[in-house]
Design a protein around this ligand. Sequence first.
Ligand SMILES: Cc1cc2nc3c(=O)[nH]c(=O)nc-3n(C[C@H](O)[C@H](O)[C@H](O)COP(=O)(O)O)c2cc1C
Length: 166
Amino acid sequence: MRALIVYHSRTGVTENLMRAVGDELESRGHKVEYHRLEPKRPLGYLGAVWAALRRREAELDAALPRTLRTCELVLVAGPVHAGRTSAELNTFLNNMPDGVGRRFGVFATTGGGNAEGQMKSVKMRIEKAGGLIVYEDAVKKAVVNSGQCAARARAIVEQLLRPWVW
Ligand SMILES: Cc1cc2nc3c(=O)[nH]c(=O)nc-3n(C[C@H](O)[C@H](O)[C@H](O)COP(=O)(O)O)c2cc1C
């Protein structure tokens, strides 16, 4: 299958998790493409908190993927900022190409806090675009930065590929 991984990562934690998941998918013969959401003008810590609290979007340095129709699985991931989605992720979620019939996995990384609000908001927007959520997970930064990242990625891929989803 073809998978697209769309993610925002300010300090590399989400990126490391998504690369580990992508590597695991590739090791099982699947094709993986990555799309990192990069801001044109990176915000400082307080600016990022403010943007998340105001539900702002960020101007990105590259166009969003034009279509999701070419892949069977779309993974969407980003850090929790002030309990919410980052401005960069908002830009993707608010302007998503048609996701009708696509299967989605949704991921948040956190400093250890609650990801419930962020996940709910991400899932709502994906479902509004017609996507079907087959897996969701919030992963602590400490897990990604430890030796447990590859094992966690393996467990995630097992779930993503469980037969009754397909
Ligand atoms: C602006 C900002 C706000 C944050 N707010 C939260 C929060 O509300 N709860 C939490 O658990 N972690 C919070 N964090 C920590 C990040 O969610 C966490 O470190 C994440 O794994 C970083 O992912 P990244 O390196 O991919 O950007 C915040 C980090 C930043 C930079």
